[in-house]
Design a protein around this ligand. Structure first.
Ligand SMILES: [Zn+2]
Length: 510
């Protein structure tokens, strides 16, 4: 086939990470982040501060740079992590994508922005369903390239129905734009005639989120090994940590290698990386700090200026993993223990933020947290508070995963409760960017203790204030606790590390 001079490329995406234990995600949750159709996708992606994550803008920028092309926006639906997607809405997205893609055929190529850890209230492999549908429409010869979050749970169908699998390599996710750019480079190569082979190997390891950092540790070593051993026949090596709380049969640490037509090369490399990961299996168990020890550390740091300030991560109530961002365990303990000079963010509580706005600045009142929202962990709590700052919640991400994106947190309030100043927001968001404190006029550099509702992405935003040795991951109850034995799993492949003993695995034959 001749190389198209001005290739027509369909741009679409469906991106959400779903925690099966959290309440369902609806269309409204997507609309609050990004739900776009047609040319609006391209317009938004080309804005200086788009609302979407940076893969699609990176893809479009790199395609623009590399030569003429005709981008065709289809549907892009992207949400903050949440519970399972309401199946009816997923079917609407699938129908809209199908109709619009059919209407613009023929296309020369497809770029799909996926997360990879979506589930719906009825379907455990929505990405597989989407890719299968796209393949049915475009036929076997049109290249389809997709990008994935490194928390993707990967099915065979997801790998088989596309031509190149490109996953993030950093956690916190700081290479989203680069992976979008890589997708453009790969798509250009495939348009020129390269054909691929993909191999996936899944290990019986469902790594707790806190063991999936890429600065150091077993997962970082697997990714590094893949990049180091990648020869000229290999297009991409993706090591996907997966997202435990989706609780699907496709969960498990996976290696996906995309090769230039050479299946054996792909299989050998995937096997080498998987084998390395298996040998490191004893390191995929979380080590957290108890609440009692965390409070003692906070008191010590608050009382002794010669000690370095500390960050305390409530990893079990991470909105970035479907947590509600409103459990009170840590806040309650800090206030009760009399911790001074502490910042706490961000608590998702729209009625409380609204009440603070009604009262106005410096008003003293009894703050009732969680008057509406009720999950097992979101218990009501109240304390005397003063309204220390108010904000409309519109801001631009400054550092880490939100850098360069436009954010709307809804009405926000900073409440002074004892020695702790708490930021309350109206849209659920992971506390991954210092801007959430800074826009309230709070000085992170002056705080002794900063508590964040975040599993790990705060590291990419707050690294200018806290080195790894100043971070305490606190063991608390919650929807995103890394202590996986506390959940009732129904679909995870068993036996699996870290839940079961006597888990065995041997590398597949090449
Ligand atoms: Zn992720």
């Amino acid at each position: 086939m001749p190389v198209p001079a001005n290739p027509r490329i369909a741009v679409l995406g469906f991106s959400i990470e779903c925690n099966k234990f959290a309440p369902p995600a609806t269309k409204a949750h997507f609309e609050a982040r990004t739900y776009l159709e047609g040319d609006a996708i391209l317009e938004e992606a080309r804005r200086p501060t788009p609302t979407m994550l940076p893969e699609t803008p990176g893809f479009i920028r790199a395609m623009d740079k590399a030569g003429p092309w005709t981008p065709i926006g289809i549907v892009l639906a992207m949400s903050e992590p949440n519970g399972p997607v309401e199946h009816g809405f997923f079917e609407d997205v699938l129908a809209a994508m199908t109709a619009q893609l059919k209407a613009v055929m023929p296309v020369d190529g497809v770029y799909f922005c996926a997360h990879g850890a979506a589930i719906t209230t009825e379907e455990d492999d929505p990405e597989g369903v989407l890719f299968e549908r796209i393949r049915d429409i475009v036929g076997p010869d049109v290249p389809v390239v997709a990008t994935f979050d490194l928390h993707a749970n990967v099915s065979d169908r997801m790998v088989d129905k596309i031509d190149a699998f490109i996953g993030y390599r950093t956690n916190p996710h700081l290479d989203m734009r680069e992976r979008g750019e890589e997708a453009a480079d790969v798509l250009r190569e495939l348009l020129a005639g390269t054909r691929t082979e993909r191999v996936r190997i899944r290990l019986p390891i469902v790594p707790p989120t806190v063991t999936l950092l890429t600065a150091a540790g077993p997962y970082a070593e697997m990714i590094e090994l893949g990049q180091r051993r990648k020869g000229p026949e290999i297009i991409n090596v993706s090591v996907m940590g997966g997202f435990a709380y989706a609780d699907t049969a496709k969960n498990g640490l996976s290696v996906i290698v995309t090769a230039r037509g050479d299946r054996r090369e792909a299989a050998l490399l995937a096997r080498e990386i998987a084998k390395y990961g298996w040998d490191q299996r004893a390191r995929f168990y979380p080590k957290l700090t108890s609440l009692e020890d965390a409070v003692q550390t906070a008191l010590a740091v608050a009382g002794d200026p010669s000690l370095k300030a500390h960050a305390f991560a409530d990893v079990a109530d991470n909105p970035g993993g479907g947590g509600r961002g409103n459990t009170m365990y840590l806040l309650h303990a800090f206030v009760e223990a009399g911790v001074k000079g502490a910042l706490f963010g961000v608590i998702y509580d729209p009625p409380l933020a609204a009440e603070a706005h009604r009262h106005g600045l410096h008003y003293h009142f009894d703050a009732h947290f969680n008057r509406d929202e009720t999950t097992n962990f979101s218990e009501p709590w109240n304390a005397p508070a003063r309204v220390a700052a108010l904000h409309d919640g519109n801001c631009g991400g400054r550092r880490g995963i939100y850098a360069g994106t436009r954010l709307a947190l809804g009405p926000c309030a900073a409440l002074a409760i004892g020695g702790v100043t708490v930021v309350v927001v109206s849209h659920r968001v992971q506390c991954a960017d210092p801007i959430f404190f800074e826009m309230m006029g709070l000085d992170i550099a002056k705080a002794r203790c900063v508590a964040v509702k975040s599993r790990g992405h705060f590291r990419g935003g707050f690294d200018e204030f806290f080195g790894p040795e100043q971070i305490v991951e606190v063991d608390l109850p919650g929807l995103t606790s890394p202590m996986l034995k506390r959940f009732e799993w129904t679909r995870l492949p068993r036996p699996v590390i870290p839940l079961d003993d006597n888990v065995s695995w041997s590398p597949p034959a090449v």
